[in-house]
Design a protein around this ligand. Structure first.
Ligand code: PGA
Length: 245
């Protein structure tokens, strides 16, 4: 089974730091048939990173087309930049910038029309988990995002908000909980589009010492890594572990 290692650099790195990390990555031999390694840099760093041949995705875009939208990264840029993947509905976008399930749905459709794979980020916050709403929240996020599309063309990243380092998470969620949620998401997708299986990533405080069970699971196809992905050694180790799994 092919595995995925997606590096969400957020806004952690300066342009010089992103450049230096890219130089290291570009000298690093990746067996693309086994592990797909994709960097998600800032929009400002993106073309520099691409010029080193490192595959890139985009962290954010706005659903508008080119026009009078001062300061926005409008959708036409996604097409022009030639990225293969785009994050949508990341919890930082939902929480800090009010991205809604409905906006996510619009973006997913735009991306699919342009041949870009949407990585739909979903996940419950601590309060929702404690009150037993996890599956309702996640299924609602997914259901809205995948209306009237070819579901086989999207990826889903399950990222419980409380496990993400920027929201105070210090370690990945328990394997049993992630496995249960990935199983649930697979079944939910199958219920929406019979026979369709979707690539499922886990994100939230993933580090290179992640428990082996995550690597062996047949419903966890890879990781969306935030803070640890800004360190070359961590990327190297995670890649090796995914390759060996
Ligand atoms: P983290 O971030 O690995 O730093 O927890 C993951 C994410 O937000 O995608």
């Amino acid at each position: 089974m092919k595995k995925y290692l997606f590096l969400n650099w957020k806004n952690y790195l300066s342009l010089n730091e992103a450049h230096a990390l890219t130089q290291q990555l570009s000298n690093f031999k990746v067996d693309k048939s086994q592990v797909e390694l994709v960097a998600f840099p800032t929009i400002a760093a993106l073309t520099d990173i691409q010029s080193y041949g490192v595959p890139c995705g985009i962290q954010y875009f706005d659903e508008h087309e080119a026009g009078a939208y001062t300061g926005e990264t409008t959708f036409n840029l996604v097409e022009e930049l030639g990225v293969s993947y785009a994050l949508v509905g990341h919890s930082e976008r939902r929480i800090h910038f009010g991205e809604t399930n409905e906006q996510v749905a619009v973006k997913v459709k735009l991306l699919l029309e342009a041949g870009v794979t949407p990585v739909i980020c979903v996940g419950e916050n601590a309060e929702q988990r404690e009150s037993g709403q996890t599956k309702d929240i996640v299924s609602e996020q997914i259901k809205t995002a995948i209306q009237d599309i070819d579901v086989s063309k999207v990826m889903i990243a399950y990222e419980p908000v409380w496990a993400i380092s920027s929201f105070g998470g210090t370690k990945a969620a328990e394997y049993e909980d992630v496995q249960e949620m990935h199983q649930f998401i697979s079944e939910f997708i199958d219920g929406q589009a019979a026979g369709v299986s979707v690539t499922l990533l886990y994100g939230g405080s993933v580090k290179s010492d992640i428990d082996d069970q995550f690597l062996k699971s047949d419903v966890i196809h890879g990781f969306l890594v935030g803070s640890a992905s800004t360190k070359f050694e961590e990327v190297q180790k995670l890649y090796s572990r995914l390759l060996e799994s």
